[in-house]
Write a protein that binds this ligand. Structure first.
Ligand code: GAR
Length: 203
């Protein structure tokens, strides 16, 4: 299965996925990176790792549909079957959702439905909850909604700093997301997403 990674920023998860492909832990074929921010560090990572990449920023002249139609043309040209969001900060619209039903998955740094949005780790930290975690889910037309494939909880330590919590969340993401990508591809769950049974682990 050929897949593309979409990312907007640092790209540490992109790198973890690339390394898992190199180690053949992920057997799908990583075709390319798509990035919506020209200055994002993830583009540097793609260059260094030798992964083909496309950068296309949305301008004010683009409607969302026009922008996504251009992305879709790239994905068709690359024969992409699955889209893996890894720190992609734009909301996926109708054009891509209709072209890839159940074939777009997302990683989110909280136990959804708690703390959706762009700063989930900070929001959980500020809310002083005793646990947070990560969620991997199928993308639908909501913001950080869609059928949950996997969740893993992390206890927030007493007096833990935000930096420490961020570091532990990211470590967990790097370890777990590649495994879930692989199982989502090989189990063919994307063909029958109603049968996806959410798994929740606590560590
Ligand atoms: C990750 O923590 C990911 O879960 C989060 O962005 C970060 C990207 O880090 N995604 C979201 O918040 C999506 N709503 P990275 O660029 O180092 O992989």
């Amino acid at each position: 299965m050929r897949f593309a990674i979409f990312a907007s920023g640092n790209g540490s998860n992109f790198q973890a996925i690339v390394e898992s492909v190199q180690q053949q832990m992920i057997t799908g074929e990583l075709a390319c990176l798509f990035c919506d921010q020209a200055t994002a560090y993830v583009v540097e990572r793609a260059k260094q790792l030798g992964i083909p990449y496309y950068v296309l920023e949305k301008t004010t002249q683009h409607t969302k549909s026009e922008y996504e139609s251009q992305i879709l043309a790239i994905l068709k040209q690359e024969d992409i079957e699955l889209i893996v969001l890894a720190g992609y900060m734009k909301i996926i619209g109708t054009i891509l959702l209709e072209a890839y039903p159940n074939r777009i998955i997302n990683l989110h740094p909280s136990l959804l439905p708690l703390f959706p949005g762009k700063q989930a780790i900070l929001d959980a930290f500020n809310a002083r909850v005793s646990e947070t975690g990560i969620t991997i889910h199928v993308v639908d037309d909501g913001v950080d909604t869609g059928p949950i494939i996997y969740q893993e909880a992390l206890t927030i330590k007493k007096n833990e700093s935000l930096e420490s919590l961020e570091r532990r969340i990211h470590q967990l993401e790097h370890q777990i997301y590649p495994q879930i990508i692989q199982s989502y591809m090989i189990k063919g769950e994307h063909k029958n997403v109603e049968k996806v049974s959410p798994i929740k682990c606590v560590r």
